[in-house]
Design a protein around this ligand. Structure first.
Ligand code: OAD
Ligand code: ZN
Length: 239
């Protein structure tokens, strides 16, 4: 596929883009944590019932993400951004459902974490996210210095609204191509972005080893892993 200087690329990534870095996806094999489905841990109800259980889950995910390295798919997306944004930094936008920081570590710049970030936390009352790489694996939980309330992961749980959806919709409306990578197409509103793109007559491409639930909405499906497919998906000049 060819990208011209007139193209504006919107990329949506899911857990599959980090699979080849060794981070488990949510659905399918390896997608469980201590026998629990993610829907049982990543909810406001789970937090109300047992915040230390939830913090143990996210502490384990922090450990795994810190130990992981970006793979060729993350690196390819950073290179595509570099190529497309030589004249206009807004020609590329990466919206990720992932909470790891592998896109940033690969060099991506215009990136939005719609489901929050693993390495940020916030007070349940003051609501201001701050950087946090600590592990909370004992019964003593972190509390806010200002008000004493509990500190929670800065993650969008099931039943909560993803971050900055208006910005996401505005970026999508300006795009010429939507590239979706490694997401099962089962969690909304992310899974609905392809339908919005089609209404705007944007070309829509999916990359992953199996068809997502919303496969019928895409113009093109490329079956293959992210790390195998993305480095050569666009014919960019070699560096
Ligand atoms: P899922 O676990 O639902 O789906 C992962 C997708 O990645 C599947 O469609 C796989 O086929 C695909 N996949 C597996 N290996 C791959 C590879 N090597 N290359 C490319 N694709 C591969 O993960 P998400 O769709 O990201 O939300 O899940 C969406 C949201 O549900 C997550 O952001 C998370 C979760 O609950 C929150 O935490 C709020
Ligand atoms: Zn507070």
């Amino acid at each position: 596929m060819h990208l011209t200087p007139q193209d504006r690329l919107f990329v949506l990534t899911g857990a599959g883009v980090s699979a080849e870095s060794g981070l488990a996806t949510f659905r399918g094999s390896g997608g469980l944590w201590n026998g629990h489905r993610v829907e049982e841990v990543a909810t406001p109800e789970a937090w109300q019932a047992d915040p230390s259980f939830v913090w143990r889950f996210y502490s384990a995910r922090r450990r795994n993400a810190l130990a992981a390295q970006p793979n060729p798919a993350h690196l390819a997306l950073a290179r595509i951004e570099q190529h497309l944004t030589q004249n206009d930094p807004t020609c590329f936008y990466l919206c990720t459902q992932n909470v790891d920081d592998l896109h940033e570590r690969a060099g991506s710049r215009r990136i939005h974490h719609m489901h929050g970030s693993l390495f940020e936390s916030r007070c349940v009352r003051c609501d201001q996210p701050f950087p946090d790489r600590a592990f909370y694996e004992t019964a003593t939980l972190p509390t806010c210095r200002d008000c004493g309330s509990l500190i929670r992961p800065h993650i969008v749980w099931f039943g909560e609204i993803p971050l900055d959806m208006d910005d996401i919709y505005a970026e999508l409306a300006r795009a010429t191509t939507l590239l979706v990578v490694g997401t099962s197409g089962s969690v909304y509103p992310a899974a609905g972005l392809v339908d919005i793109a089609r209404k705007h007559h944007i070309c829509t491409i999916y990359v992953g080893p199996e068809e997502p639930s919303n496969a019928a909405s895409f113009n093109q499906i490329i079956l293959g892993t992210a790390a195998q497919t993305l480095p050569a998906i666009f014919d960019l000049p070699s560096q």
